[in-house]
Write a new protein. Structure first.
Lengths: 611, 405
């Protein structure tokens, strides 16, 4: 074909084809490698590049009282955020001045946020006021990466505080964050006490994610995938409480300026109608930013406002405990209801004399409750002995936590042989140690909640319900209500014995010579027991436990006021007013006296015989 | 009638070329879809029309006249390359453009066509033999002259294309293995020098072996080996004198992750774009890397990412196969041509295409350093498109006149 033997030879054509073919195979192989073998990895990179997830905060669950009144709500709160990847550190000073924050504090928060995601906004300051917000709006264009978002914060719609019952939400601590990093991010609020804490998983809802496309400059271009990939936030569940907001409000006002606690339970199911612990504080101070100074002040206050006295204190119950000893003696056949002693106003045991406030003369068990005769019980506790004392105390729920659905609770202290052996040594303690236990004094500790549960068991004839604040949980969207089951157990005290105890308690309030006359409610048969517990820290603690109406009880109350003096004069009137308001709210008062004008009847004093 | 056309009209070359141009338009439309650069797509459409005209002119240009005009066209192009250095517009640091109204003309693109024609004309002369050293040097000179002008712009990428194009032409024209060895050995050693001492020493051994097995006489072999060593050793000096952006490109090619937001950015984003496409791609106009402008000026040098990302492995393979069909078709024309002019010309054309294709796609796939050369038919750019389509026209011309002597 051509003069030169090699020009355009078949061999050379084949070699050229082979070289080109190999090069194409090389490209094809590389294409296969990138698109088929590295696809997962590179696909993820591409997504990270171009899609930003913005967290949609769920609405926290509301709380309603037993009548459906909204008591804990959420309201809007503005939070300033910074997206670490987009933020220019040169603007730190400007931002710090605007938010009146320390530069280092902001820088720290950004660093912390960066560890979670460089591309999602991290909270810098929560609950910013409108003035700051509008100032920020004006210069937002010059602060890349800075933005604000609307979040919710707790608002409280009624005049009650119910601080220790409801609890409060607070910005998450580093320790909490490290425990559950998959759920929370820095700056999230989390339930930190009370119901907010124990129902946190139900209240908080689930975070949603909204995905946006961003370009290479990180500018938001709009919804990613038409919003189809977005994950909707799920609202938190609402709590439907047994609480009666107006009873709670009244109880708080009656307990104002005291140190003490009040617990009111529904004896038919253990529902908490009211729970007061004083002193307390306004839980809304925590709903926005938690001021450090206030927090430290609450923490260091010697009256311990953060401490839930209703569930956490462990005080001797005084005479309110007498029904336990009576129950032990009656049920185990040590005495019967006709058994009588003669009270001479004092009881000598060994070389010690235990005093009574009055000389009660001939006294049977019902009268001993009615008049709170100490001598009767000094003798009786020696007859039943320590083991029986401990056994019956436990049957009424003392000495162990009640299982209430509020996180913090004490077990209390009920002494038994083992306890004394441990404390004093085997054989080194005598029966004399028992005598004061007969009137609920000495080495015994109970919480107001345990006392309320005890009162409820006496009211309903012997059933111990687990005290609980939440009756049901409601789905905000579907309105489906999930009733919470609460376990119950019987005290094991026979009905005949209960009848005797209840008659004694009825007389405490209703009959002349009873020590709880100040708890009396006109038109209603009420029952109760006063207590005045001596303590080494000043004046006596005033106690009252009671229930009403006598025949078909719907409320049981325990009141404890530290260092207030006589239970009959300090605690009983408060219990009476609380019971009366509850019965009026639930339409259990005879119409004639249900009018508010009749309210001051609690101040009418009958005979007071204390101790 | 139809049989006559089948005999003399290169349908295959035409269709493959038009298919590639269509893929280009589709890709450019996507790459500029959201970027507010609809003007780019419109301009490219205009150039496609101009390209079709250029292709048809080249296809039907009288064969003998084409041979005779090859040298004058070449001379004219050299003049244009010279004047663009004097009066051209400086765009992105290079003086390679003539501004004509809204449009710019890049003489270096047309220089490729002119050089292919000049090579074909020179090597097809009956008095010229490639085994004659003087004639070999003459052939080299035809390529080196435009290369010098283009390097002065400076445009390293296009200059490399000239070098890559001449190799298959010399091979096709019958150059001995030793000539090829003398060309390849310094390239291997120079490339090896960039990767450190060990690789450099290995590349010297390989180059030595190639020269040894291809050598015809010892003096020539010794001289070539000495030259090879000199080139290898001077690479460092040359590297030091490169513009810093090119140094950076070489450095980041060797390790793109070393500068992910700087010079390595394009390579990483391009790999991410293609890799995230998977088998079937993200769908047309749905490629996030493309649509959200993660690859700067994607419609020029990184256009291959568009089919890769939006149509996946299938789309990427279709483009590769279309190119392969075109190149193999060119070799076939060269093989069946009865005249040297058409034969050498066809190899020159596919040499130019092949160099562009492998360098550009290799770069997009992270196999080669970022060298700014466009992908034929797909990349945005009028001069390149018109020149490339004219070269397909030449292939068609060579096909039609394959029986001429």
């Amino acid at each position: 074909m051509f003069d030169s033997p090699t020009f355009g030879s078949l061999t050379r054509a084949t070699i050229l084809r082979s070289v080109l073919g190999l090069l194409f195979l090389l490209l094809l192989g590389r294409l296969y490698q990138l698109q088929m073998l590295y696809h997962t990895e590179l696909g993820k990179k591409s997504e990270e590049n171009s899609v930003r997830a913005v967290i949609q905060e769920p609405i926290r669950g509301y709380m309603y009282d037993r009548y459906g009144t909204l008591v804990v709500d959420v309201g809007p709160s503005y939070t300033v955020t910074v997206t670490p990847a987009a933020f220019d550190a040169a603007n730190l000073e400007k931002l710090a001045a605007l938010l009146q924050m320390d530069k280092k504090e902001i820088a720290d928060k950004i660093t912390k946020g960066r560890a979670y995601s460089r591309f999602s906004p991290t909270r810098i300051k929560r609950d910013v006021d409108f003035k700051t917000l509008s100032a920020l709006e004006e210069i937002l264009y010059s602060l890349p990466g800075v933005d604000y978002q609307v979040e919710s914060k707790r608002t409280y719609t009624t005049s009650m505080q119910a601080t220790h019952l409801l609890g409060y939400v607070k910005e998450i601590t580093d320790a909490q964050l490290s425990r559950s990093a998959e759920v929370y991010r820095p700056g999230d609020v989390v339930g930190s006490s009370g119901l907010e804490s124990s129902y946190e998983t139900r209240l908080r809802g689930e975070k949603g994610f909204e995905f946006f496309s961003v370009n290479a400059q990180g500018q938001f271009l709009g919804s990613y995938d038409g919003g189809n990939s977005n994950i909707r936030s799920k609202e938190g569940y609402d709590l439907l409480l047994h609480l009666d907001a107006s009873v709670q409000t009244l109880a708080e006002s009656l307990m104002a300026n005291t140190r003490g606690a009040l617990v009111a339970l529904d004896p038919n199911n253990g529902g908490i109608i009211a729970m007061v612990s004083k002193p307390d504080f306004d839980p809304s101070v925590f709903s926005g930013v938690t001021p450090l100074q206030l927090w430290q002040q609450l923490n260091s206050d010697t009256t311990k406002p953060l401490f839930n006295r209703a569930t956490m204190t462990r005080y001797p119950p005084g005479s309110t405990f007498k029904m336990v000893i009576a129950a032990a003696a009656l049920q185990d056949g040590i005495i019967d209801e006709h058994y009588r002693i003669t009270c001479t106003g004092a009881f000598r045991f060994g070389d010690r004399v235990f005093k009574d406030l009055h000389v009660h003369g001939s006294t049977n068990v019902v009268e001993s409750i009615q008049r709170s005769c100490n001598v009767f019980y000094y003798q009786l506790v020696l007859k039943i002995g320590l083991e029986r004392f401990a056994k019956y105390s436990r049957m009424f729920g003392f000495g162990s936590p009640t299982g209430v659905d509020i996180s913090e609770e004490t077990a209390g202290l009920i002494p038994d042989t083992e306890h004394y052996d441990r404390v004093y040594g085997k054989g080194k303690w005598t029966q004399g140690y028992l005598v004061s236990l007969g009137i609920g004094q000495g080495e015994i500790g109970v919480s107001p909640l345990q006392m309320a549960s005890y009162a409820a068991a006496l009211a309903n004839g012997g059933t111990l319900y687990k005290p609980h604040a939440v009756a049901a949980i409601r789905n905000k969207r579907t309105k489906a209500v999930e009733e919470l089951g609460h376990p119950l157990k019987t005290t094991g005290v026979e009905p005949a014995v209960m009848d005797v105890l209840r008659e004694g308690m009825r007389r405490v309030v209703q009959e002349p010579g009873g020590s709880g006359g100040l708890a009396r409610i006109y038109g209603i048969q009420s029952a109760g027991k006063t207590g005045t517990a001596e303590n080494p820290h000043g004046d006596d603690h005033a106690w009252y436990v009671g229930f009403a109406p006598f025949e078909n009880p719907s409320i049981a109350v325990a009141v404890m006021i530290e260092n207030a003096g006589f239970g009959g004069s300090k605690a009983a009137p408060i219990a009476g007013a609380v019971i009366r308001t509850y019965l009026r709210n639930t339409k259990q008062l005879p119409e004639r006296i249900a009018k508010p004008a009749a309210r001051d009847t609690v101040k009418q004093v009958t005979q007071v015989t204390e101790h | 009638m139809f049989d006559y056309f089948r005999e003399y009209f290169d349908f295959k070359g035409l269709f493959v070329c038009l298919a590639l141009v269509a893929m280009g338009l589709v890709s450019i439309y996507s790459a500029t879809y959201d970027a507010g650069a609809g003007a780019i797509f419109e301009k490219q459409t205009v150039w496609v029309i101009a390209g079709v005209v250029a292709m048809l002119v080249a296809a039907f240009f009288p064969f003998k006249l084409l041979q005779r005009l090859a040298v004058p066209i070449y001379a004219l192009t050299l003049g244009a390359l010279f004047s663009v250095l004097m009066i051209g517009a400086r765009i992105s640091g290079s003086k390679s453009w003539f501004g004509v109204g809204d449009f710019g003309i890049q003489p270096s693109e047309f220089a490729k066509v002119a050089t292919v024609l000049a090579l074909a004309a020179f090597l097809s002369k009956t008095t010229i033999s490639i085994s004659n050293t003087k004639h070999l040097l003459g052939t080299m000179l035809i390529v080196v002259l435009p290369m010098m002008f283009i390097l002065a712009q400076p445009d390293l990428g296009t200059a490399i294309i000239f070098f890559a194009m001449v190799v298959p032409v010399l091979y096709w024209a019958g150059a001995s293995n030793f000539v090829l060895a003398a060309i390849f050995a310094p390239v291997i050693v120079a490339a090896g020098a960039l990767f450190g001492t060990t690789i450099f020493l290995i590349s010297i051994v390989i180059a030595g072996l190639i020269i040894f097995f291809a050598h015809e006489n010892r003096f020539a072999a010794g001289a070539v080996f000495g030259l090879t060593l000199a080139v290898g050793l001077s690479v460092q000096t040359v590297y030091d004198n490169l513009p810093s952006y090119q140094q950076k490109r070489i450095a980041t090619f060797l390790n793109p992750e070393s500068d992910p937001l700087g010079a390595g950015y394009n390579v990483i984003q391009s790999k991410v774009a293609i890799g995230s496409g998977g088998l079937t791609g993200k769908g047309y106009l749905q490629g996030t890397q493309t649509q959200l402008n993660f690859i700067p000026e994607q419609w020029t040098d990184f256009i291959y990412c568009v089919p890769g990302e939006e149509f996946g492995f299938i789309g990427g393979s279709v483009v590769l196969i279309a190119f392969a069909v075109l190149l193999f078709h060119g070799i076939k024309i060269a093989s069946i041509s009865n005249n040297k002019f058409g034969s050498v010309g066809a190899i020159g054309v596919i040499g130019v295409f092949a160099a562009h294709i492998f360098v550009n796609i290799g770069m997009s796939l992270g196999l080669l350093p970022v060298i700014g050369i466009p992908l034929p038919f797909l990349s945005y750019g009028g001069s390149a498109l018109i020149a490339n389509m004219a070269m397909v026209g030449l292939l068609m011309n060579f096909y039609a006149n394959r029986k001429e002597h």
